[in-house]
Each structure stands twice: as structure tokens, then as C-alpha cells.
Design a protein around this ligand. Structure first.
Ligand code: URA
Ligand code: CA
Length: 441
């Protein structure tokens, strides 16, 4: 077999066999297929796509390129969740402990933020002492003892994805549905969960810009998971404004603590998406008879404080100082040099938010990384004061910037203003949940 012939086959819109895909991935890992051939192949896939069978084979080859985590000795259904990435998406910090408080087993491997999106590991590390690089045996012990742990992906997991993603990032080949599906699912499957709830974000703050693209990606990921015997549900949700009001690491931890303390009402978008994800996680864990039953269990765990207690236990087990995780002390994580309100330039309806740009505005304050080497300032970020559809007056702030550097405040404020559209017209109401795909019993 020659790589060049297989690239040519994909350029001609042909279908690669299982053996051909294995040859390409093995070759790429051992260096016999060089970067330029893999980059060319990925570009051909961007244009010509893959069949579901090819995408599944690609996922399997990537998944088996490194360590496979075996969680089978832990009791219960091991359930994971994954978001395709957004802004103000604080759901893991809420849902993972809530589901554990309802008896679920949540063994989760999370990522870091890059570019305009946030990452759960960075949020966790804004709580002093919290470790996210934890050896596998300690990770297992924590999950076994308290039902939940959230750590970084081990360095040995899915090396094919690391190498392919690094190439995609610099060759404009990220935006391919089969490549994204294989990248996400190979990591999730290697991480060992029996059941996976996927939150596919759609909109101007997400990779997928349209509902149709989101549905195609969701269907493919569910199909891949099912083909290898995992139960998978994908929800397709809106990312045309930040999900929570907070965008920044400790700020998002605070919003999670607020939600888990009963300070955020039903109907709030973050509350509702957390309930939806938690409901599906409990259903896949066989811990609820119906969606209504699952929601009731989650709400009970929220109201009794059991969810917040789980988060505190998890942080303690991961070496962090959980005493900050209550309404009385959480502001101790948010000490910044200045808090600066941003007012609208005119009165009117908040018509639209360029969500990616809001993420970038928070990143400019130091809440995110522009390159992998950048350091994060855990306390900085922004808190939205208005959501899309609100009528705003000139003396009412749209958001508050939390900053440690007046120069950064200036550029961030500029970016934030550019993200906002005010109009005399009220925008059409948009639902938060577009679709749910996959196994619901
Ligand atoms: N997230 C991933 O892990 N991989 C992709 O390709 C896109 C988003
Ligand atoms: Ca095709």
C-alpha cells in the first residue's frame, strides 16, 4: 500500500477500506506517513467527506492508538458528558456533582480552553490547590469513594488525535464533520465510559454554525458510539449567546456555586441545560424511570444542597480548598484590580451577541489563552448583565469586566462593544434546545 494512492482515492471521492484507514493511521504515528501526506488526506476529507463506516473505522484506529482506560471494575454505569465547546458553558461543574449526588458514577476527562472557548480544567484550577493531573489509580479511588472526579486527559490517551489535531489547527482542516466526530469520539471511547451525553453547540459561539450541521455531527457521533456498544445521547443546543452569564474561570465557578446553592431560578438557560444534560445522564445510568423522574431527582439534590456538597467533596479529594465553594466565601476567588461596567452606546433591544467575540473579550483580559503557552489569570473575565431580547437603557450596564490590567480592560471593552448589536426591533425568540438525538429508552 502507498499513502499517495490512498490520498488520490479520497481526492476522487472514493471510499477507503478498514485496512487502508489502519495503514494511514499507523503510518502517521510511526512516521512512515509524513505530516504533509496526512495534511493532504485531511484536506481531501474536508472536501469529500467520509461514509459513516469510514468515520467509525477512523475513530477506532484513533481510539486504539494509545492507552484505553478500563473502568469496568468500578460499580455502576460510568457516565461521561462532553460539550463541543462554547462560551460561558459551566455545565460540567454543576452537572457532574449533581448526577453523582443522585447516585451516578461520573468519571470525566476534560480539556482546557483554547481561543475563545473555556475549558473545565482551567475553571477547576482557579480553586486554589485543585489538581487535574491525577494518576489513574487515584482517579479511580476518588470516583469509587465519592462518585465523581474530573481530571485532564492522560498523556497516553489517543496520541493519533493529538498529532492529527495539531496538523488540522494549522492547515484549516478543523471544520470537517467526520474529522470532528472521530476526534471527539475516539477520546471519549478511550476514556472508558459506558454511556456518553454529548452537548453539540450550534451558533455564532460554536464550531457548528447551523442546526443542520449540528444534527449531522450529532447523528454521526451517536452512530459511532452505538456501533461499539456504548449508549450515547446528543442534545443540540443554542450558542448564539453565552450560556451562563459569567465568562471567566473563577467567575464561572461562582456561577456554578450559585446554581448549586439554589440562587439561579428554573427557566434560566444555564439551569435548564444543566437539567437536560443531567436528566439524560441519569437515564443512561438506569437511575431514572422517566425524564420527569430524573429532573425531580436533580432538583431535590440541588435544593437539599447535596449537589454542592458533592462538588466540595470532589474538590477536596482533588487537593483543592473547598472552603471557597459557598456563597459566603466564593468572592475570595474574585479579587481583581478593577470592575468596570460597559454601557450600551444607545437605548434599545439587545438584538444579537457575537458570542465568539465575547469569548475573545474575556480572553483578552487573561481568562483564556491565545496560544497553548499563555498563562491564565483565574480571577478575570466578564459577567453579562443582559441577555438577548432585553430592552437596555443607556445607564444600565451590559456587562461588568473583571480586570487586573487597565490596558487590557480597554482592548477588551472595545471587543465587547463590537460584539453587541442594539436595535429598535425586538429579536425573535430562539429556543435553547434544538433537538435530542439517540437512545432515550
Ligand atoms: N473538539 C475536539 O476534541 N476535536 C475537534 O475536532 C473539534 C472539537
Ligand atoms: Ca462524498
Amino acid at each position: 500500500m502507498r499513502a499517495v494512492d490512498l490520498i488520490e482515492k479520497k481526492v476522487q471521492n472514493g471510499e477507503l477500506t478498514t485496512e487502508e484507514i489502519a495503514f494511514l493511521i499507523h503510518g502517521f504515528l510511526d512516521g512512515t506517513v509524513p505530516d504533509y501526506q496526512m495534511a493532504a488526506l485531511q484536506m481531501a476529507i474536508v472536501f469529500n467527506g467520509m461514509t459513516d463506516r469510514e468515520a467509525t473505522d477512523l475513530t477506532m484506529q484513533m481510539m486504539h492508538s494509545g492507552e484505553i482506560v478500563d473502568l469496568s471494575d468500578l460499580k455502576g454505569v460510568k457516565v461521561d458528558k462532553h460539550s463541543t465547546g462554547g462560551v460561558g458553558d459551566t455545565t460540567t461543574l454543576v452537572v457532574a456533582p449533581l448526577v453523582a449526588a443522585c447516585g451516578g458514577t461520573v468519571a470525566k476527562m476534560s480539556g482546557r480552553g483554547l481561543g475563545h472557548t473555556g475549558g473545565t480544567l482551567d475553571k477547576l484550577e482557579s480553586i486554589p490547590g485543585t489538581q487535574t493531573e491525577i494518576p489513574m489509580d487515584r482517579f479511580r479511588r476518588i470516583v469509587d469513594n465519592i462518585g465523581v472526579a474530573v481530571i485532564g486527559q492522560s498523556g497516553d490517551l489517543d496520541p493519533a488525535d493529538k498529532k492529527m489535531y495539531a496538523l488540522r489547527d494549522v492547515t484549516a482542516t478543523v471544520r470537517s464533520i467526520p474529522l470532528i466526530a472521530a476526534s471527539i469520539m475516539s477520546k471519549k471511547l478511550a476514556a472508558g465510559a459506558d454511556a456518553i451525553v454529548l452537548d453539540v453547540k450550534v451558533g455564532n459561539g460554536a464550531f457548528m454554525r447551523t442546526q443542520k450541521e449540528g444534527e449531522t455531527l450529532a447523528n454521526l457521533m451517536v452512530e459511532i458510539g452505538n456501533r461499539v456498544g456504548r449508549r450515547v445521547i446528543a442534545v443540540i443546543t443554542d450558542m448564539n449567546q453565552p450560556l451562563g452569564l459569567a465568562v471567566g474561570n473563577a467567575l464561572e465557578v461562582k456561577e456554578a456555586v450559585e446554581l448549586l446553592s439554589g440562587k439561579i431560578p428554573e427557566g434560566d438557560p444555564l439551569y435548564e441545560i444543566c437539567m437536560l444534560l443531567g436528566t439524560k445522564m441519569l437515564r443512561l445510568s438506569n437511575l431514572a424511570e422517566s425524564d420527569a423522574d430524573a429532573r425531580k431527582q436533580l432538583q431535590d439534590a440541588l435544593q437539599s444542597g447535596a449537589g454542592l456538597k458533592k462538588l466540595q467533596q470532589m474538590i477536596t479529594a482533588q487537593g483543592g480548598d473547598a472552603s471557597y465553594l459557598c456563597m459566603e466565601r466564593i468572592d475570595g476567588l474574585l479579587r481583581v484590580r478593577e470592575q468596570v461596567p460597559v454601557y450600551p452606546e444607545r437605548e434599545g433591544y439587545l438584538y444579537a451577541i457575537d458570542t465568539e467575540r465575547v469569548g475573545t473579550a474575556a480572553q483578552m483580559l487573561g481568562a483564556g489563552r491565545a496560544t497553548k503557552a499563555d498563562r491564565i489569570d483565574p480571577a478575570v473575565g466578564l459577567v453579562m448583565k443582559k441577555r438577548v431580547g432585553a430592552y437596555v437603557k443607556k445607564d444600565e450596564p451590559l456587562c461588568i469586566l473583571y480586570s487586573n490590567d487597565p490596558e487590557k480592560t480597554k482592548v477588551s471593552m472595545q471587543a465587547f462593544r463590537e460584539a453587541i448589536t442594539i436595535s429598535d426591533e425586538c429579536p425573535e425568540h430562539r429556543s435553547m434546545v434544538y433537538n435530542v438525538i439517540g437512545d432515550t429508552n
